[in-house]
Ligand binder design. Sequence first.
Ligand SMILES: C[S@@+](CC[C@H](N)C(=O)[O-])C[C@H]1O[C@@H](n2cnc3c(N)ncnc32)[C@H](O)[C@@H]1O
Length: 294
Amino acid sequence: MDAAVTGPTSQSTHELEVELVLEAIFRRYHYDFRRYARPSISRRLERAQQHFGCSSLTMLQNKILHDPTAFPVLLNFLTVQVSEMFRDPSFFRALRERVIPHLRTYPSLKVWVAGCAEGEELYSLAILFREEGLEARTIFYATELSPTALDKAQAGIYDIDRLALFTENHQKSGGRSSLSDYYIAGYGSAIFDKTLRARTVFSAHSLVSDAVFSEIHLVLCRNVLIYFERDLQDRAIGLFRDSLVHGGFLGLGSKETLHFSCHREHFADFVPSERIFRKRSTSQACPERTHAAA
Ligand SMILES: C[S@@+](CC[C@H](N)C(=O)[O-])C[C@H]1O[C@@H](n2cnc3c(N)ncnc32)[C@H](O)[C@@H]1O
């Protein structure tokens, strides 16, 4: 049909520009934000547009297609790295009191922290596992989409101003030691003990397009699915289901749930108030909305 004859479609120019810029990012840089929740990705694109001084999203698209140095900056606008150590302390308390007793029964353990941001959650888990005497038998996988965040996670250095909150969270989570045992302070930073990450494999991994891990006992993916549309949430939850051993645990963020997922029946509620689920022993493929792993 000839648009010049029939006139514009009902899709707004802004919606069309968002779709086109996400398509351009995918085709040029292979980062796929096309199935992220539109209101939030659209707001973040607008902030990037302002940052680059572009008068429209089409101008922003032009900039990122022609200036490769702009893309890493744009990526920082499109990913949200907000995190804390022992974020939502009651979640970590539930891990300690309810999940750890089950994990103790395994001779070796694998834990996957998906969307680890700048590492706060990984160091929290490493400390918890050390306090509970499980660290030596555990391999941690810390994965993240943003290369900048992953570099910071591997460095384990945080602004000292954040340590008061981290310490309070650690205590509320039932911490058995003092958080200050795990870092040294200097020049405005807290540098975390590198032995905490000695058993961690850090890697770039996208829940949109990458594949599963194997024989995982605990997956934490908190405050990540909230940014995805439903079918993409299902894809990620399918990855967790296929990565977990039977009886393995999945911890989601406080605003996230499995209840509307096509994989729902493969998990049982374990600590419902903390969004901790346990994989059931029977498993079948999700009948719909699966997107094959790359
Ligand atoms: C708000 S942070 C959550 C950090 C931590 N899990 C927590 O709850 O404190 C969300 C993280 O998910 C990452 N992320 C976004 N899309 C992703 C994807 N497709 N695959 C893996 N990580 C992703 C972002 O880069 C960001 O670091």
